[in-house]
Design a binder for this molecule. Structure first.
Ligand code: AMP
Ligand code: MG
Length: 494
């Protein structure tokens, strides 16, 4: 398919309009001035069935910059509310994301033969009726972070929104200083948040809560449409997907930073990349968001905040689901989280099956990593080479004897398996990434891009799209971060 605007608009579905009263607003994006394509995501374009040639076209750039032509487009914005830092904040979004339409993509694996719909959304294309006093813009800096990190997460196997394109411009955006306005084209099978349901629940509009739930079910879970307990199924699915997503965050060392209920997706995607961070050395107390002075969203709090947020979602669904069903759905969170986390951590140390004693082995290792300030990503990658001679692994610890005594237990445990060292290494390298998007890497790409050089963004995109592979041209990003990386502060301002 060619992605000329005319072709794209005709291929778009416009299901929002026909799905009950979703309280949405039609909006006209305000395009960026003198837009320049920073990056187009060819991997995603291919998955969406888009013609790769059109990514270089002027029409694609203009569309991604928010210059919409043609009367058939019906861009919309969807309102939502949320709990921010545990406090009910009322209506707060979506003031700067505009959904252009839904792209049907044929999924060969889908037995129903029906295409899957993907929302194509522009973040930063001007104000909507929900912008309050803000400008509806996004700055280049935060757009680069979202663009790169969402693709990094996807390629780490973590459910997330995707990003199709990133556009820079001459539009001036006023934050603490003047910055370049940018757009990210965000792509997801749903952009509905927990806060979308809360919005109507707290406005005492149960019919709107129902319309939204019906919309999500028709759109994302059509197989449940005729089930009596379809709302409960939707909630249970969200509980399980959220538990898995957060277990994966914990296992890879990802700190989201702003787990407000408006930043939680009803389909369990990682959504809204702001002041996120991957920690360098293992640190459960890690707080990536400079504005989070109390550490509510610290690394170690993420699993329990996930449940807090699901409780908020359940509360918003009380008009649709009985109390006992809400409670039984929420009760599935903790066992699912633990099951997922243990399975992933076992695989990270090369174990085929998690056994109950492995918890000690894993916890002792994490404690050693923490005390010795060992780099998390580098350590797990290096552990694949564990053998009789472990100098490179051992040398990462100040307390070498501490490592030796752990290594002895580890040696006994892996000897219980039938895997050869080579097989174990292969499996471990498929779950322990060589590359994650550390803050300093994003910063290097941002600083170059702010000078008009987008090559680092594209280099990072390419390595983060295959994070388990070796990338000799990006060896500098596989080692320890530079000293200045510690000083980087990231906050909510974007
Ligand atoms: P965030 O903290 O980035 O998740 O933002 C919370 C909400 O504030 C989002 O739903 C946005 O729609 C809205 N918002 C953030 N920045 C802007 C902006 N520059 N203009 C309009 N709305 C914004
Ligand atoms: Mg948000």
């Amino acid at each position: 398919m060619k992605l000329h605007q005319a072709k794209l608009q005709h291929s778009f579905f416009d299901t929002f309009k026909h799905r009950g009263d979703l309280h949405l607003s039609q909006v006209s994006p305000s395009g960026l001035q003198q837009p320049v394509l920073v990056s187009a995501n060819r991997q995603l374009a291919n998955e969406l069935g888009l013609d790769p040639d059109c990514l270089d076209s002027e029409a694609f750039l203009q569309l991604m910059a928010g210059h919409i032509t043609g009367e058939h487009f019906n861009p919309i914005a969807l309102v939502y509310s949320g709990h921010q830092f545990g406090v009910w904040a009322g209506q707060l979004g979506d003031g700067r994301a505009i959904t252009l339409g839904e792209l049907p993509v044929n999924a060969p694996s889908d037995a129903s033969g029906k295409p899957i719909l993907w929302d194509i959304q522009l973040k930063g294309a001007g104000t909507t009726p929900y912008s309050r006093f803000a400008d509806g813009r996004a700055v280049l800096r935060s757009s680069i972070r979202e663009y790169l990190c969402s693709e990094a997460m996807h390629n780490l196997g973590i459910a997330t929104t995707r990003a199709l394109a990133l556009v820079d411009s001459q539009t001036q955006v006023y934050r603490e200083e003047v910055e370049s306005g940018a757009t990210v084209c965000r792509v997801a099978q749903s952009h509905i948040r927990f806060g979308s349901f809360e919005h109507f629940h707290y406005r005492n509009q149960p019919e709107a809560v129902k319309a939204l739930a019906d919309y999500v079910i028709q759109r994302n879970f059509p197989e449940w449409q005729n089930e009596d307990n379809k709302y409960r199924l939707m909630l249970e699915n969200c509980v399980l997907k959220t538990a898995k997503m957060i277990a994966q965050w914990q296992a890879v060392g990802f700190n989201h930073g702003v787990m407000n209920t408006d930043n939680m997706s009803i389909i369990g995607d990682t959504i809204d990349y702001g002041p996120f961070g991957f920690f360098d050395s293992y640190d459960p107390e890690h707080i990536c968001n400079h504005s989070d002075t109390q550490g509510r969203y610290s690394f170690k709090n993420q699993p329990s905040v996930g449940l807090w947020n699901l409780n908020a979602l359940a509360t918003a669904l009380t008009s649709l689901i009985s109390n006992s069903d809400l409670v039984s759905a929420l009760k599935q969170y903790e066992p699912e989280y633990l099951n997922q986390y243990r399975t992933i951590m076992a695989s990270k140390i090369g174990l085929e099956q998690y056994q109950s004693d492995d918890e000690n082995l894993i916890n002792q290792l994490l404690e050693l990593l923490q005390i010795n300030k060992v780099d998390y990503t580098i350590f797990f990658r290096s552990l694949a080479d564990f053998s009789t001679n472990n100098i490179d692994i051992r040398d990462q610890f100040i307390d070498r004897e501490g490592f030796d005594s752990w290594a002895e237990k580890y040696r006994i445990r892996i000897a219980q398996q039938k895997l050869s060292a080579q097989q174990r290494k292969q499996r471990m390298n498929a779950v322990n990434p060589k590359y994650v998007l550390r803050n300093y890497m994003a910063q290097a790409a941002i600083e170059a891009a702010e000078q008009g050089d987008y090559s680092e963004v594209n280099l990072l995109l390419s390595i983060l799209q295959s994070p388990y592979d070796e990338h000799p041209q990006a060896q500098k990003y596989a080692g320890l971060p530079p000293d200045w990386a510690d000083q980087l502060a990231v906050s909510c301002s974007s």
